[in-house]
Design a protein around this ligand. Structure first.
Ligand code: NIG
Ligand code: FE
Length: 393
């Protein structure tokens, strides 16, 4: 295995509080690291770097852990630009547009869908994302949900069965919940790590607490971990249900009651905030400060999907979190990396440490603060440093 010494790292964020400046970001200045294969063999001050054969000089750039985008819906065809434009002219969002993406997605061949998905994953990597979770939910039949998860599992181990995205037009609610919890789950579980439900009684298309509980309990019995879309459009039962069932994450959390914050603070469910959604639906942003001040673990993700947040950019999400949700740049970066890893119950990503994976994101900037300070500027990219792929960075 080739060992490569990366030097000239002006600022290295490790998310390892035991090294560097003692903060939760574990920041080292004038750092170096050694990559061997896919792993980090050494991290430390440049002055103490070991001698190895190959060297890369980053000339003072910052390096951060690759972003962990723990919530996306990348398996889809078509777009909903007209729906977005109508919304910007005042139309509300209630999830009804999902049916248009379902129709467009059912319509394309496997290979077309595979290529659309691969292009989106590459677009994310080019902006610094090295771990991505991908949900189904734009098929809503046994065969098309199974296909979505099969294709997603070619791209990532973090695959989520979201048959309970909406009740398909024309279907009977109770019948559909039974199919999702039965035959559809059985077909999808072999390709999925997680099960998710759009629990939103305020939407006529999504699921109430009893329906969501039925789907989540069936998913758990099939060996899947739990995730929930909750409290996106209105206050509701999603957050408390997620905590009660021990879900790894509850996502959106746009409308929170005091009891929701208390439940999150007392449980071990991560609150994943998706400010690209509030941006693209012109909604109020979630109260990140209230969650952080209550001691809740917060993750940030794109929710990349054609309806509510058609961005693949974690740097944009970080900038929104800082500007619109009053997270500090340090909190936002942590939530976009280590927080996302916790939302996926992963300890091998989101942190840079000796022996861990070398998921490195380089910034064309001297500090991670530039992720929020230079909004819209493409400064972040994931770099493949391992072995023969080295030159492709
Ligand atoms: O996370 N809330 C439900 N699902 C997606 C939106 C899906 C769509 O509109 O296509 C979300 O916001
Ligand atoms: Fe989503």
């Amino acid at each position: 295995v080739t060992a490569t010494l990366v030097t000239g790292i002006g600022e290295l964020v490790t998310n390892n509080p035991e090294i560097g400046d003692g903060s939760s970001l574990g920041v080292l200045h004038n750092a170096a690291l050694v990559v061997e294969g896919d792993a980090l063999a050494w991290i430390g001050p440049a002055t103490r770097a070991p001698a190895v054969d190959a060297r890369v000089d980053l000339h003072g750039r910052a390096v951060v852990p690759g972003f962990v985008d723990s919530h996306t819906h990348l398996v889809f065809a078509g777009d909903r630009a007209a729906e977005f434009a109508a919304r910007m002219a005042g139309a509300p969002y209630d999830g009804g547009g999902i049916a248009a993406t379902v129709a467009a997605t059912r319509d394309v061949a496997d290979d077309t869908l595979r290529k659309l998905l691969a292009r989106r994953v590459a677009e994310m990597r080019a902006q610094g994302t090295t771990t991505v979770e991908i949900k189904s939910g734009y098929g809503l039949t046994v065969a098309t949900e199974e296909r979505a998860l099969r294709l997603a599992s070619e791209a990532t181990p973090e695959t989520t069965f979201l048959g309970a995205h909406v009740v398909p037009p024309g279907a009977d609610r109770a019948d559909y919940v039974a199919v999702v919890s039965g035959e559809m789950l059985a077909a999808c579980a072999p390709h999925a790590r997680w099960v998710d439900v759009f629990c939103e009684p305020a939407s006529p298309h999504a699921f109430d607490a009893d329906e969501a509980r039925a789907v989540l309990e069936a998913g758990r019995a099939a060996g899947l971990g739990l995730r929930v879309h909750g409290n996106q459009l209105a206050p509701g039962p999603g957050v408390r249900l997620a905590v009660e069932l021990g879900a790894a994450s509850v996502d959106h959390c746009t409308y929170l009651a005091a009891a929701d914050v208390d439940a999150l603070a007392g449980g071990d469910t991560v609150a994943t905030l998706l400010p690209g959604v509030e941006f693209s639906t012109r909604s109020p942003y979630p109260d990140a400060r209230r969650l952080l001040d209550a001691g809740v673990t917060v993750a940030l993700a794109t929710d990349c999907n054609p309806g509510t947040s058609y961005t693949s950019s974690m740097p944009l999400v970080i900038a929104l979190a800082v500007r619109e949700m009053r997270m500090t740049p340090a909190e936002a970066l942590w939530s976009a990396t280590a927080g996302g890893a916790l939302a996926l119950r992963r300890t091998d990503v989101g942190v840079l440490a000796r022996g861990q994976r070398a998921d490195l994101t380089v910034l064309d900037a001297p500090s991670y603060v530039h992720l929020a300070y230079r909004p819209g500027v493409p400064i972040a990219r994931a770099i493949p440093l391992s072995g023969p792929h080295h030159a492709h960075g």
